[in-house]
Design a protein around this ligand. Structure first.
Ligand code: PMP
Length: 409
């Protein structure tokens, strides 16, 4: 990395005026050298860094890019609303239309409320569950990510023990630990919050076993607790009606964000009728929670996902990418694991403590103009077509050759 690059200059400037130069998981220091911190623009399946380098992008802004950056139909809907008004004294008609669309589309949804970020949505779900049950304890997966608020942040820096007092932890797909956590909560169990797929950083992804998903539902039914499904990462990518719909399991509440408006800032909570009164009874709000532009974008996004069968396309392209990389890995004699939904790829190498192989693989792919991520699940968008998948596989070929050369094939 050149020290006089625009990216490096911006990092130095940021360091003086932004604590740590960047916060959270988007800090480029959490990626191997060579990855940019700053971006100039994005279009379709590609992002350009501030030094003009273009990458075929498999992070999709960490999820929000579902249809392609700058999708014309979504942007037109947003612009139309922008010309009328965005943040006003209250919501526009778009809020009602978007809620109607979610109720019509999502299996469990009898109503919807809107926020900005995923953390707003998961936190609102927990508040509704406590309001509805009058209880305090929440069961949460050990290591699961549900946002950056003190009750759920992966860091305990600046967080008090009291913020977490009423959490009981279980291990994903582990029935014994789930039942033990429910026993620990006892009569004070308000909710179980769970993600549709296990997607912790630096771990292989895991689909829920039917037994686990059924047990989560059964415990909530038995104890009148609330099942909260965290769809922030999976929403609109796995199943339009809700990610556990194919398992025949509906949550009582779900939290949505990321892909919901194809990059416009929007989050939602959807819920069942029996929680309507509790949801109406809590106090939640934000200065920008009812801004109309993201809602217009959300309506357009959901309509496109339905009309264009976007999830089928993601499955098809994701399947091709996975098969292509698996074949290459075998040819290069490099042992790796690709886990979880193909729409949200995860590539991890065997015998790779410290992620040295993963880092090298991603750096070599980046040199070929393809942006893969070494420790987080990735994302496909509808603008990843056959040509893009071929391009990614060609870059993976070179990157796997580099791994084989350095670490042995
Ligand atoms: N839940 C899950 C499963 C997430 O992946 C995220 C974001 N990575 C969140 C909640 C929090 O969303 P946000 O960063 O928009 O607050």
């Amino acid at each position: 990395m050149l020290t006089n690059s625009v990216d490096q200059t911006l990092r130095r400037r940021a360091d003086r005026v932004v604590p740590g130069s960047m916060w959270g998981h988007l800090h480029a220091g959490k990626l191997p050298p060579g990855f940019p911190q700053f971006y100039a623009r994005a279009e379709g399946a590609r992002v350009w860094d501030v030094d003009g380098r273009c990458y075929l992008d498999f992070m999709c802004a960490w999820g929000p890019n579902l249809l392609g950056y700058g999708n014309a139909e979504v942007d037109e809907a947003a612009l139309r609303q922008q010309s009328l008004g965005d943040t006003m004294n209250g919501p526009s008609e778009a809020m009602v239309e978007l809620a109607e669309l979610l109720v019509e589309t999502v299996g469990h949804a009898d109503w919807a409320m809107f926020q900005k970020n995923g953390t707003d949505a998961t936190t609102t779900c927990v508040t509704i569950a406590r309001a509805a049950t009058g209880r305090r304890k929440v069961l949460i997966g050990r290591g699961a990510y549900h946002g950056a608020a003190p009750w759920c942040s992966p860091s305990v820096v600046g967080v008090t023990a009291e913020d977490r007092t009423h959490l009981c932890y279980f291990d994903y797909n582990d029935l014994g630990s789930l039942e033990a956590a429910a026993r620990e909560a006892g009569a004070d169990l308000a909710a179980i919050i769970v993600s549709p797929v296990r997607q912790e950083r630096e771990l292989d992804q895991e689909f829920p076993t039917p037994q686990f998903a059924n047990a989560v539902r059964a415990i909530c039914d038995r104890t009148d607790a609330v099942l909260i499904l965290d769809e922030v990462r999976t929403g609109l990518r796995l199943h339009l009606e809700g990610s556990w719909q194919p398992l025949g399991i509906e949550p009582d509440l779900a939290a949505w964000s990321k892909a919901l408006a194809n990059g416009y800032p929007l989050a939602a909570v959807t819920g069942k009728d029996h929680l309507r009164a509790a949801a109406a009874g809590i106090f939640v709000t934000g200065s920008f929670w009812c801004s109309a532009v993201p809602m217009a974008a959300g309506i357009a996004t959901i309509n496109i996902v339905k009309r264009e069968r976007v999830i089928e396309r993601l499955l098809d392209m994701g399947g091709r990418l996975r098969a292509g990389i698996a074949a290459l890995a075998e040819r290069h004699g490099v042992a790796l694991r690709q886990t979880g939904p193909v729409q949200m790829p995860s590539i991890r190498f065997d015998n790779d403590p410290g992620l040295r192989k993963g880092d090298l693989f991603c750096q070599a792919a980046l040199d070929k103009g393809v942006y893969f991520h070494p420790w987080h699940n990735m994302f496909l968008s509808a603008s990843h077509g056959l040509a893009e998948i071929e391009e990614a596989i060609a870059a993976a070929d070179v990157a796997l050759a580099a791994v084989a050369e350095r670490f042995g094939g």
